[in-house]
Write a protein that binds this ligand. Sequence first.
Ligand code: FES
Length: 123
Amino acid sequence: MLIVKIYRHFGKTIKGGYLSDWIPICPLADIPLVGAKRFDHKGESYAIFRQSETALFATSGYCTHQRVHLADGEFDGDIITCPKHQGSFAVKSGCALGAPVFKDLQTFAVKLEDGMVYVKLPL
Ligand code: FES
């Protein structure tokens, strides 16, 4: 278990103090190219986005406007658009890009090792 006070990833700060070890999510082949996949861990839901052959980004799973899962949205390779009211977020930074979304997504570190995708999550 890795213990940190503040974790920075793509310019975002996640406070909370504790991060998991790398959590195995799925084989890379399970995530569509320029697509998204939902995953759940310890009662929380997340989304992982595959921008290119090996570029991956993980965010909190639900839109910050209402409880709609972003893995069901439209992903163009940089931006995820919510399926309900078309609010959009930059997947690298988690930044909300305008009305009706104003609160950013959390982002999480992702690594690819031997064809398996791993993510670090808050404990
Ligand atoms: S629920 Fe996502 S923009 Fe409204």
